[in-house]
Design a protein around this ligand. Sequence first.
Ligand code: FES
Ligand code: FES
Length: 159
Amino acid sequence: MKFALNVNGESRTVDVDAQTPLLWVLRDELDLKGTKFGCGMSLCGACTVHVDGAPIRACVTPVSAVAASAITTIEGIGATPVGGKVQAAWLDVDVVQCGYCQAGQIMSATALLTHNAAPSDADIDAAMAGNICRCATYTRIRAAIKQAAGQPGADTSEG
Ligand code: FES
Ligand code: FES
């Protein structure tokens, strides 16, 4: 079945089964491999993308459910005002360790800051709770989110 998707502001046509998870459409059909497969069960957040600005798990979202929506992936998020700030803060704080989870982390962080420009620690913890990092970069993730939000005194030390 053909779907005309809006991905990162571009129209992309794919011919796939309607139940195909968006994750595999992005990676295998559109060659957008920044979005990662971790669990396939909506448990880890590695596959997080935005659909109409909201973070969703692409591993459990059938392509047919998002065919009429604006999809943003890690390849496109840097072009948004908040996404650009988040990516710059990620580099400045040097968040990344192995990197596998980080596309999903950045997508969730950008969604948070888009809707809450000055999140508290509790807001950050709640918004990021579904994004697992096996390298435990959580302290630096929180610091980078605060830096992107323009909050002074972000603690970048390991805790
Ligand atoms: S791969 Fe989608 S939540 Fe883990
Ligand atoms: S940086 Fe390695 S899993 Fe998060």
